[in-house]
Design a protein around this ligand. Structure first.
Ligand code: A2P
Ligand code: MG
Ligand code: MG
Ligand code: MG
Length: 387
């Protein structure tokens, strides 16, 4: 098993350049029917990139402090709480500020319930300071400091239920909390739904190396970290460094040969059935051991071809939430990949907060999908008959 465990030197606050120089590869030029789709959502994508970059900056400050603190405090959940809420407040603030003319609906993981309880004042004060410090060090907005009430209101603007009508932002302010606490991978995942479809997505992965983490490159140095993936319907997927390099277009692995493919799965066995993934991979003929990493960073890594397959089979009874897959899904599909449930159905983000799925989520390229689906079905049948 390959485990990517990184203790990183945290970069200083990212300065997000709102107008990056986009390097377009003529090999991937747009077809005429894609042009109208690609023309729209331009300012929404720019706002999403800005929001996720600022939130990543806030999270890195907290993770850095967490990793430097003494070992006993690492089981303390409060640092991640502060970062979760702070990230959500910042994203909500930036989106509303950048897109003032649009009606604003946000479906997000956190709410302010616990922060309004007696005894939470100190935590709320820490979050408020963190949000204000991040905004002032980025120097993007000349706003008077946020009050604690402003922070609570910004967090609570994420209370929308989503659905199939209109536009809804979808946010996981820290995806991969366990990875965040360990000092490993996590992501800030932000997507936009329009009439129930994901039309853009951004994944900020502060600890993901800019170089490939795929099979053969496991031993290469992972010194430069911090990736920002962004995708817009009909316009492909781009990756840039979180500290502001030019975006480059990325594509999923083109391999047709499972023997060459490596596969990603959750680091946490409690999040996905590792035995089932191993049986599927074996049936398919995958030779490499699984690459286990936390969060939607898996979708980002897959979108640039680091691995060719992502398998996710949560334990019985777990319901997947839209914020855990919306951004990752468009990042992979716009890079040429396919994301389905175990029966081969596309994910439906139009039903509110939850995804109604058949058994699990599988991700790969177009060529490998038919044989992957067959291996999944056979493994599920074997599992059912052994019960
Ligand atoms: N019991 C669980 N089973 C599956 N996924 C879970 C479970 N508990 C939390 N998650 C969510 O799974 C995602 C991370 O999974 P992984 O890193 O294994 O891919 C996160 O979105 C995490 O939520 P959270 O956003 O609170 O971290
Ligand atoms: Mg999550
Ligand atoms: Mg989360
Ligand atoms: Mg959570």
């Amino acid at each position: 098993m390959a485990i990517l465990s990184l203790r990183v030197v945290v970069p200083s606050c990212y300065i997000y350049h709102s107008k990056p120089k986009i390097v377009r590869n003529p090999l991937f030029s747009l077809r005429p029917n894609q042009i109208s789709a690609s023309m729209s959502y331009e300012k929404e994508l720019a706002a999403a990139k800005k929001a996720a970059s600022l939130a990543a900056c806030l999270c890195q400050k907290v993770q850095k402090a967490l990793l430097q603190s003494d070992v006993h405090s690492k089981s303390d959940k409060s640092p991640v709480t502060v970062a979760d809420y702070g990230s959500q407040a910042l994203v909500s603030f930036v989106l509303e500020r950048e897109l003032p003319s649009e009606s604003f609906s946000l479906v997000a993981e956190e709410d302010s319930g616990d922060l309004r309880k007696d005894g939470a004042q100190e935590t709320l004060a820490r979050i408020t300071k963190l949000v204000n410090d991040t905004l002032s060090s980025a120097g993007t907005y000349s706003v008077s400091p946020f009050s604690a009430e402003d922070v609570l209101a910004a967090i609570d603007s994420g209370k929308s239920e989503g659905g199939s009508h209109g536009r809804h932002w979808v946010l996981d302010p820290i995806d991969g909390t366990k990875g965040f606490l360990r000092g490993d991978q996590y992501a800030i995942a932000l997507a936009l739904l329009d009439e129930g479809k994901v039309v853009l997505g951004v994944l900020a992965c502060p600890n993901l190396p800019l170089a490939s983490i795929g099979g053969d490159d496991k031993h290469s140095s992972h010194s430069q970290v911090g990736c920002l993936f962004s995708a817009k319907v009909g316009a492909g997927t781009y990756m840039q460094s979180l500290d502001g390099s030019s975006p480059i277009k990325v594509q999923v692995s083109a391999t047709e040969n499972p023997e060459e493919a490596s596969f990603f799965e959750s680091f946490e066995a409690a999040h996905s059935l590792h035995d089932l993934s191993s049986s599927i991979a074996k049936k398919l003929g995958v030779k490499a051991p699984p690459v286990r990493i936390d969060s939607q960073a898996k979708y980002g890594a897959l979108s640039r071809g680091d691995g060719a397959i992502y398998l996710r089979f949560p334990h019985k009874g777990y319901r997947e939430k839209i914020w855990d897959h919306a951004a990752g899904c468009i990042v992979v599909t716009e890079a040429g990949g396919v994301v389905t449930d175990a029966a081969g159905n596309p994910l439906d983000f139009s039903k509110g907060k939850y995804l109604d799925l058949n058994t699990g989520i599988i991700v790969t390229n177009q060529k490998l999908m038919p044989s992957l689906l067959k291996a999944v079905q056979e493994s599920l049948d074997e599992k059912a008959s052994s019960l």
